[in-house]
Design a protein around this ligand. Sequence first.
Ligand SMILES: Cc1cc2nc3c(=O)[nH]c(=O)nc-3n(C[C@H](O)[C@H](O)[C@H](O)COP(=O)(O)OP(=O)(O)OC[C@H]3O[C@@H](n4cnc5c(N)ncnc54)[C@H](O)[C@@H]3O)c2cc1C
Length: 390
Amino acid sequence: MDFSRVELSDDEQKFQDELRSFLSEIVTEDVIRRDRETGDNFDEGVHLALGAAGYLERDWKVGSERAFTRVERRIWELEKRRAHVPWVTSGTTAMIAKSVEKFGSPELKAEVLPRVYSGHVRMCLGYTEPEGGSDVATCKTRAVRDGDQWIINGSKMFTTGAHNCQYVFLITNTDPSAPKHKSLTMFLVPLATPGIEIQGIRTVDGDRTNIVYYSDVRIDDRYRLGEVNGGWSVVREPLNAEHGDVAAADDGLADVSIMMHQAMFMAHAVDKAAEKSAIPDPQGRRLIDDGAVAYRLGRSVARLEASLSAPSIFGRVALAQTMRDISPDLMDVLGTASALPVGTDGSADDGAAEYIYRFAPLVGIYGGTLEVFRNMIAQYVLGLGKPSYR
Ligand SMILES: Cc1cc2nc3c(=O)[nH]c(=O)nc-3n(C[C@H](O)[C@H](O)[C@H](O)COP(=O)(O)OP(=O)(O)OC[C@H]3O[C@@H](n4cnc5c(N)ncnc54)[C@H](O)[C@@H]3O)c2cc1C
């Protein structure tokens, strides 16, 4: 692993300057405020602007002549984060586009992918069901064949971004009598199909997600991805990517683990608390001069740094657990005014610690809970065998 600073060539520097200035034009205060109000974590204007400028195609189109180089891709990822580009729906779209490219028919690819690159088509993940999401293979949403079509019935919980998307990457059960990993079929279902109802849910941190009902939803077979009852091999790759179970990049030009985006909110809250605790009050006293504050702040910084350096699946656990553990400490250190949320007059740190306090439980749930990840580490990394719940 090479930890040295990357020297940018003139072209790379130009790319960074242009991208930074473009993002500062399109990600306005209004975009940030609206995103906070809706909890959407998506802005159509920003997404379409990125599509029109060719960035989405350069990022996502496999084998494209203009595809980002490794360094450009790293700059692209870091600059988007720096500018607070809403990220959730573009993340799911990117992940699903890879599966459409790999498993879709030529006809489906032609229908979907060019509009993905222009930003007009977005896609969301339809895995979790109301009765459970940790084991996605225990899917109860049924798809039944009817000639050249399929009829889908069931419901999916937490389909984040569905209301801003055109297609859902849907796991269905096509053979309830088969062993669970041989009972699944994947579809890319157009969300405008009759019989689909999307209902919004707001989470404790203000994010918007959805429950989606499927009642006699009829779609053509061309929306199928992969083999009938072969859905597990379609969904395994994006699931692994979401779990952070991907190889580390030797050149250092990638995040060390997934959820770095979420981690940046934590780093921001720690920075804000450190800044605030060094400001003297009218009597000249600083919070940091209190030994208890210095200890708790120091411990938070150390925990943050350790979690930022933990790779792959370990990083996934370390980041979410650290956010849960240090957010109450940061709020205690800052006092009661830290309970006021972002944008409120009198807030200790413009709501930074309060936000991660509400955000932390979710970071340890979506894409797989911390308990499930700990079991995966125990089973696959430490070789402790499959847990027995009897
Ligand atoms: C904000 C948010 C956004 C989301 N977005 C999406 C989305 O876009 N698409 C989508 O499909 N899903 C989405 N999810 C769902 C998410 O992936 C699931 O919530 C998660 O996988 C856990 O599933 P569950 O909530 O059904 O809990 P369950 O699976 O019912 O688990 C309940 C409890 O049992 C524990 N548990 C379960 N199995 C085990 C095990 N093997 N070992 C130890 N403990 C276990 C869990 O840790 C948990 O505490 C989202 C969730 C949230 C909160």
